[in-house]
Design a protein around this ligand. Structure first.
Ligand code: SF4
Length: 281
């Protein structure tokens, strides 16, 4: 039986390929074989062999956070990470339709915040609208702004591979959207007023897609969907929250994993939580 590559080695290898412009290679033969090997390992329940060194580990979890699946109810109107009532009115006063196609049309022509001025196009979503899993990221980057699709750059390709390790095919069973639908200039962080303006679109997307599970990648989506503003991502990950009754797992953004392969182990642990939630749905 072949041994599963270490999390750090996998992340380093994949990052090197992406940096070498190996996008096609990344998605073809060898990478898929690696994904299958990782999937087999995941199904055996074998964690990556190495532990994260204490000196470089992600922020420690709260004492309440354990590998066990637990639920943390969230407020009916989660707050944004700004400290303000981002999810409350007047954003909630935006009357959005219950029809998915109409919602998309509204988003594609939205000028509700100043990000409309600099975008090439609105990045609404990717994936089937009846997907079992919904991944929520932060905001479009340059590639996404250009193509109109979320997670199409290096981080997106890495996300595809990571999801494959727990048997989730992006094309078949994953719907992806961002907190913001338009690219912030120079890829800066979303501003509180932008999140406040745009988050009703995301909430309506979740309501209409009705996923069996939510995976928030990165602190902005994690804080928004848990309603736990200013709580570090390291405190949010590693447990199962709920968003209006939908199981929610918060973890690192794949772009952060490309920069910090040492976090791959923690991400892998979060994927096991996710797989358990979906298997139990
Ligand atoms: S970021 Fe959201 S609220 Fe702002 S213009 Fe784009 S779609 Fe509208």
């Amino acid at each position: 039986m072949s041994e599963r590559p270490s999390a750090a080695d996998s992340a380093r290898l994949l990052r090197q390929r992406v940096e070498m412009g190996g996008g096609e290679v990344f998605l073809d033969g060898m990478t898929r074989a690696e994904a299958m090997a990782m999937t087999a390992s995941a199904r055996r329940g074998t964690p990556p062999p190495e532990k994260v060194p204490a000196a470089t580990a992600p922020a420690p979890r709260s004492p309440a956070a354990s590998p066990a699946v637990r639920s943390r109810p969230v407020p009916a109107t989660p707050k944004g990470p700004s400290g303000g009532a981002a999810a409350a009115a007047p954003a909630d006063a935006w009357a959005l339709p219950d029809n998915y196609a109409e919602l998309r049309e509204i988003a594609l022509s939205c000028t509700r915040c100043r990000l409309a001025e600099g975008r090439t196009q609105v990045v609404f979503s990717d994936g089937p609208s009846d997907a079992r899993l919904m991944v929520v990221g932060e905001a479009p980057g340059a590639n996404e702004d250009e193509t109109g699709l979320p997670f199409v750059g290096a981080a997106g390709k890495y996300l595809d591979l990571l999801l494959a390790t727990v048997g989730l095919s992006r094309a078949e069973s994953v719907y992806i959207a961002n907190v913001l639908k338009c690219r912030p200039p120079a890829n800066r962080n979303p501003l509180p007023n932008e999140i406040e303006a745009c988050s009703p679109l995301l909430r309506k997307q979740i309501e209409l897609v009705k996923p069996e599970a939510l995976l928030a990648v990165g602190s902005f989506s994690g804080q928004l969907l848990t309603g736990r503003e200013k709580v570090a991502l390291g405190e949010l990950r590693g447990e199962v929250h709920t968003y209006h009754g939908v199981p929610l797992i918060v973890t690192y953004h794949p772009a952060a994993l490309l920069r910090n392969p040492k976090w791959t182990r923690a991400f892998w642990d979060d994927l096991q939580l996710l797989r358990g939630v979906i298997d139990g749905a």
